[in-house]
Design a protein around this ligand. Structure first.
Ligand SMILES: *[C@@H]1O[C@H](CO)[C@@H](O)[C@H](O)[C@H]1NC(C)=O
Ligand SMILES: *[C@@H]1O[C@H](CO)[C@@H](O)[C@H](O)[C@H]1NC(C)=O
Ligand SMILES: *[C@@H]1O[C@H](CO)[C@@H](O)[C@H](O)[C@H]1NC(C)=O
Ligand SMILES: *[C@@H]1O[C@H](CO)[C@@H](O)[C@H](O)[C@H]1NC(C)=O
Ligand SMILES: *[C@@H]1O[C@H](CO)[C@@H](O)[C@H](O)[C@H]1NC(C)=O
Length: 793
């Protein structure tokens, strides 16, 4: 009966402290840090949580809250993570109603609430420590001031930061942060350690538009971002956990991954299926090694090290051959070389003293100081060997990049391709060096965190459980995405199979520049719906090239792209099988007559499209220029997330672009002016098209409308530029209340769009800059007038 109450009460009365069953701690009570075992603590009524001092290593004591019924006594909160206290320190709920921590010399370390007047304290069964006034209203609670952990019923409000601890055993503020910013965007960042400033974001809900209000962790294990009105904007995790059977916590782990963990309350209730240990059900981002890629900071691992995911899906930091960790207990401190670096005065003479260790599929992006194209590997080796600045050379498909130390953003992953040539002194001396380089690599594997997680056998079981789908597949290509989509294996279908899948090409979904699209279902995969695209023309290229292109498309995997699942290449039949997008195209969504799509949704679509393009241009292995960005090619998934489709096809089908453009010449469509001139086609053509699309999203109308009320409004780009110049932006969104209320952002987005549609491609920002401008990470300057363009065609 009591346990029933325990679960019902927090549901009904989440905030009011006194209403919950808990033992009150009265004024004048105190606890002292001592080595007694067990030490005195304030325990919640059910016994699930306790508050008191906990010794950490031999460094001192934390004033903490922990799970009190499990042997691990897992700490979920602490008052003094960056300021440990020594034996004899005391925490007291003073007579005038403040909770004060003083160290052994009596110096004050921590105090809450800021003003006096709390009538009592209560350690609640939710894990929340509350200081309440006489009328039981909360004056301060630990839920409002999280460290690295969130618990069920905890709500994160705007401006709240959850900061990882430094290492598994050191609770001080670390290098990664989960932050609901005051502008409503929810992000994972690397911090400017030792400060808590934001360095590089590596995951975000992309709700930078003021809509995010709270992060809620509810009792069934859902963690989601809500709008002010309570509607769900983004599900961070959507595990469905039975709260009676499991303890739960969500933690920004010291390795930067946000994980949702469960622990069975008793083996009886879970049928013994779960080990008595913390196991994680889900985590973001799905591959932190590939997600963190920043100009400053070391990346997901420390400087000079490289990152991969272990079999247990945990982050693994390793040193390259010839390097060792500064501090094996904190691998994030990075690696140092074990040899005397090359002398710059005698670089050429010393060439013979150095050699390379090859590491395939390894890269340290953004560390280049020189880049050469159309060279061979031997050339690349020589060039690095004779250059004292060169620590590592990357060779990939005829291109050579020289990198200097310290190396950052290191990763090893099948999607990287190419190889890294790590320069080492031939006689470098470390214990296991030289002939035993293989042995050495093994010995430097450090499984971060694995210690607290119990046996690796269990981890294997769990991973098998979560990722059982990928086990079913044969040969793998590791493909990474932000959504945790399991690795995808590109399926090679026969034409007959596709006939069955589409029911004889019965249901036509649409027709694009490249072919007709049909709906189908994969009967072998739970009736998963797919879209099958039947390409029009037989491709000129041979089988090998087709396969190569297809696998280049396949290697792309991003939450803003439509994922390619398979293909068929049989005689004249060339077909592509894609994920099915349930909400159709942006064109249908945006230009439907019935109802104007929500302003915030439109802004999210703009951001998603920009992110997807940025990925195609700069983040995937070989750059993909889309060449045909328009609302018809932006599809919307179940959650109206923007997904770019048809990328890679322009190259695959070698379409005669001049022909496509003549059809829309003069209408000032989505096509960049350089198509009409004798100028090289670069990724900036997509930036131009994106600019037009952005205007359409802002104004919710087509780029060209013959029956516009006034002639000057016919061409959207011209009209928008006029309105911007005349400072009459409200005219653009006249009937759109939400946009009118957000006119500053309308102005910003129009400015970004005008930058994108500059006639001179070199004036247009790269997609990276565009995403940063949309995100608010960089300021948008006043764009020049792109109007000269009209006269030039
Ligand atoms: C805790 O103290 C408050 C205020 O004095 C009181 O209203 C409440 O009933 C107490 N709760 C318990 C469980 O004693
Ligand atoms: C945790 O790390 C910080 C920063 O390196 C250090 O000052 C502190 O002593 C460490 N604490 C423990 C308990 O090891
Ligand atoms: C938690 O949130 C999910 C998603 O909104 C909902 O389905 C579920 O019922 C909620 N659980 C509780 C206990 O409120
Ligand atoms: C709540 O707000 C969101 C965006 O802020 C909006 O999309 C949604 O329609 C609103 N829901 C209700 C019920 O008002
Ligand atoms: C969660 O699980 C319960 C019981 O297994 C089920 O009744 C409920 O529908 C599930 N909720 C969701 C949102 O999946």
């Amino acid at each position: 009966m009591q346990s029933l109450l325990f679960f019902l009460i927090p549901l009904l009365l989440p905030i009011s402290a006194a209403a919950q069953s808990s033992s009150n701690i009265s004024l004048g009570s105190s606890l002292t840090a001592s080595n007694d075992n067990p030490a005195a603590s304030w325990i919640s009524q059910s016994g699930d949580f306790a508050f008191g001092f906990r010794q950490v290593g031999d460094q001192g004591f934390l004033l903490a809250i922990w799970f009190n019924k499990i042997p691990e006594r897992t700490i979920v909160w602490s008052a003094n993570r960056d300021n440990l206290v020594q034996r004899g320190s005391k925490v007291e709920l003073t007579g005038d109603g403040q909770l004060i921590l003083r160290d052994s010399s009596g110096k004050e370390i921590w105090r809450e609430p800021p003003s006096t007047g709390a009538a009592y304290a209560a350690m609640l069964d939710t894990g929340n420590l509350v200081l309440a006034s006489q009328d039981s209203s909360t004056m301060w609670d630990s839920f409002d001031d999280p460290t690295d952990t969130l618990l069920p019923t905890q709500v994160m409000s705007q401006g709240t930061k959850v900061i990882a601890r430094l290492t598994e055993t050191n609770y001080s503020s670390g290098r990664f942060m989960f932050d609901l910013q005051t502008d409503g965007n929810l992000l994972l960042y690397t911090t400017t350690y030792p400060f808590d400033g934001a360095n590089a974001p590596y995951w975000s809900t992309q709700t930078s538009i003021g809509s995010g209000y709270q992060v809620v962790f509810n009792q069934s294990g859902f963690i989601y971002l809500t709008a002010r009105n309570g509607s769900i904007l983004n599900a961070v995790t959507s595990n469905n956990v039975t709260a009676q059977d499991f303890y739960q916590r969500a933690v920004v782990d010291p390795d930067g991954v946000f994980r949702h963990y469960i622990y069975p309350k008793s083996s009886a209730s879970t049928g013994g299926r779960w080990p008595k240990a913390w196991s994680f059900l889900s985590f973001i981002p799905s591959n932190i090694c590939l997600r963190i890629r920043a100009d400053t900071g070391s990346g997901a691992c420390g400087f000079n090290s490289f990152c991969s995911l272990g079999d247990d899906q945990r982050k693994l930091c390793q040193c390259p051959p010839g390097y060792t960790f500064f501090d094996p207990d904190d691998v994030m401190k990075g690696c140092k070389e074990n040899f005397v670096p090359q002398s710059c005065d005698r670089a050429v003479e010393e060439m013979d003293l150095f050699e390379f260790r090859d590491m395939s599929n390894t890269d340290w992006p953004l560390n280049d100081y020189e880049h050469f194209t159309s060279v061979d590997e031997d050339w690349c080796r020589e060039a690095c060997l004779s250059d004292c600045f060169c620590a590592v050379a990357i060779f990939r498909e005829g291109e050579c990049w020289k990198k200097r130390a310290p190396l950052s953003n290191g990763r090893i992953d099948p999607t990287v391709g190419g190889k890294a040539l790590v320069k080492v002194r031939k006689d470098y001396s470390d214990a296991s060096a030289g002939s035993g380089s293989k042995k050495k690599e093994n010995s430097t594997l450090i499984y971060i965190l694995s210690a607290t997680l119990g046996g690796s056998i269990f981890l294997h079981l769990l991973v098998t459980f979560i990722f059982f789908q990928r086990r079913n597949q044969k040969k793998q290509k590791t493909v990474e995405s932000e959504k945790g989509v399991p690795e995808m294996n590109l399926q090679d279908f026969t034409y007959k199979e596709l006939e069955v899948i589409t029911g004889g090409f019965k249901e036509e979904l649409g027709e694009g520049a490249f072919g007709k699209v049909y709906k189908g279902v994969l009967t072998t995969e739970n009736e998963k719906p797919v879209a099958v695209k039947k390409l029009y023309k037989a491709v000129n290229e041979g089988e090998q090239e087709f396969k190569a292109e297809i696998s280049a498309i396949c290697r792309t995997n991003h939450k803003n792209l439509v994922q390619l699942l398979g293909f068929c290449n049989e005689g004249e039949h060339r077909l592509l099988v894609y994920e099915y997008m349930s909400n159709g195209s942006l064109a249908d969504f945006l230009f439907r007559k019935s109802r104007r799509p929500n302003w915030y949704k439109r802004m999210q679509i703009a951001f998603g499209t920009a992110r997807g393009l940025f990925y195609l241009h700069e983040e995937c292995k070989s750059q993909i220029i889309h060449c045909d960005i328009k609302p018809q090619n932006i599809l919307l998934d179940d959650t109206f997330n923007a997904r770019i489709s048809d990328f890679g096809l322009a190259k695959l089908l070698k379409t005669d672009q001049t022909q496509t453009t003549t059809a829309i010449r003069g209408t000032k469509g989505y096509v960049a002016p350089e198509w009409f001139k004798n100028l090289p086609i670069t990724a900036k053509v997509d930036v131009y098209s994106f600019g037009i699309l952005l205007l359409e999203l802002v104004c919710c109308r087509k780029n060209f409308e013959v029956d516009a009320t006034e002639e000057c409004q016919m061409i959207l780009a011209d009209w928008a530029c006029d309105c911007f110049r005349e400072r009459k932006l409200d005219v653009l969104v006249e009937n759109d209340e939400e946009a009118m209320d957000d006119i500053k952002r309308v102005e910003k987005f129009v400015m970004i769009a005008i930058w994108c549609i500059q006639e001179d491609p070199s004036l247009r920002p790269a997609m990276k800059k565009v995403t940063q401008m949309i995100e608010g990470a960089v300021d948008v300057s006043i764009p020049p007038d792109p109007a000269s363009f009209i006269s030039s065609i």
